[in-house]
Design a protein around this ligand. Structure first.
Ligand SMILES: Nc1ncnc2c1ncn2[C@@H]1O[C@H](COP(=O)(O)OP(=O)(O)OP(=O)(O)O)[C@@H](O)[C@H]1O
Ligand SMILES: [Mg+2]
Length: 338
């Protein structure tokens, strides 16, 4: 039987699957829509994303991986099954699968994810930690005794890790990431303008004009929402400079966590990191001004990986080449079925 290797990044915002060619083959928002009258899954992924904030109240949009933990196990299984089915299609091949799960996943949950992948058709399942997958996906050579600092800022978690010799030396995982920046914008617009906006609008504002760095050039965007006083639709103009203070709060939490990891890093590796720089992955690292404030605060040069959202997924597929070598990065390996 020909073999098939698949890597899946079970992200809070996006699930991405890659195959042995290490290119992205399926990408879906991590959302599932359920009809609460029948408990039936009615849509998965991108078609659900377009429904967010626009559904009748009996349709529930579920994010199975909320805030970087598996908050709805049954729906996580639905997502895994959906991804595997899309790749393997009608083929009878049972793939080996490497999954990247949120860092705070417990052993029991890990085992459940493995079982879900097995029941969805996987022959053998490996779990890998997010910063290790991110580093491999970004093309770092982890086999040398040389320190690298990876900061992966996703939607639900920010993972910070120092890696050397195929393992994790120091790490920290916090729940301050992209979606908390969106929530900060929602609160700000409500408090300052009495305007209620949804999460998709907040994310658009963050991407278009949000910044954490005072030196970013001014920009403006139009924001539509519901006036809390009149209940009627209203629009305002929002400037980049207004977002600085709002976004600075979650940004400072991330900066403190990075400093914390640097402080716990052995001196030899800290010196490597100073010359290698910080490598940023994850969509959240694209936030305007983030590199500048990170460099200012840590005094270490930083760069964003190419296609930062895809590094973890590419790393999950590439990790099959390293199966014997990686130790700390694999939290769990399992499971044959025949
Ligand atoms: N240009 C941008 N500026 C700021 N944020 C961005 C930009 N592009 C994407 N993002 C944010 O990146 C986040 C998604 O990143 P990513 O796809 O890496 O997350 P994930 O892997 O699904 O989540 P996690 O790793 O936390 O489970 C979202 O919060 C999104 O708003
Ligand atoms: Mg991620």
């Amino acid at each position: 039987m020909a073999s098939l290797d698949i890597g899946i990044d079970l992200g809070t915002c996006t699930v991405i699957a890659t195959d042995s060619t290490q290119s992205v083959v399926v990408r879906e928002p991590s959302v599932v829509a359920v009809d609460s009258r029948t408990d039936k899954v009615i849509e998965i992924g991108s078609r659900v994303y377009d429904m967010i904030g626009r559904t009748p109240n009996y349709i529930h949009v579920i994010r199975p991986l909320n805030e970087g933990v598996i908050s709805n196990f049954a729906m996580t299984e639905v997502l895994i099954r959906h991804m595997l089915k899309k790749i393997t299609g009608a083929q009878m091949l049972k793939p080996r699968v490497t999954l990247c799960v949120p860092s705070d996943t417990t052993n029991v949950e890990s085992q459940s994810v493995i079982n879900a992948a097995v029941s969805a058709g996987a022959r053998k399942v490996y779990l890998i930690e997010e910063p290790v997958a991110a580093a491999i996906g970004a093309g770092l050579d982890l086999s040398k005794p040389e320190g690298h600092l990876i900061v992966d800022i996703g939607g639900g978690t920010c993972d910070i890790a120092v890696l050397s010799l195929n393992g994790i030396v120091t790490k920290s995982s916090i729940k301050t990431a992209g979606r908390l920046f969106d929530e900060a914008i929602i609160r700000f617009v409500r408090n300052k303008y009495n305007l209620l906006i949804g999460e998709r609008t907040a994310e658009r504002i963050k991407i278009e004009v949000g910044s954490v760095y005072e030196g970013s050039p001014e920009a403006v965007t139009e924001v539509k929402g519901r006036d809390l006083m009149t209940g009627l639709p209203k629009k305002i103009a929002l400037r980049r400079s207004e977002t600085l203070e709002v976004l600075r709060e979650p940004m400072d939490v991330i900066l403190r966590a990075v400093i914390g990891v640097l402080e716990r890093t052995p001196p030899e590796l800290a010196a490597d990191i100073r010359s290698n720089g910080i490598l940023l992955t994850g969509g959240g690292s694209r936030l305007t001004g983030l590199i500048q404030v990170l460099e200012q605060t840590t005094k270490v040069p930083a760069r964003i990986a190419e296609n930062p959202e895809e590094c973890v997924a590419v790393g999950t597929a590439k990790s099959f080449d390293y199966l014997d070598k990686l130790y700390d990065g694999f939290v769990h390996t399992s499971t044959h079925i025949h």
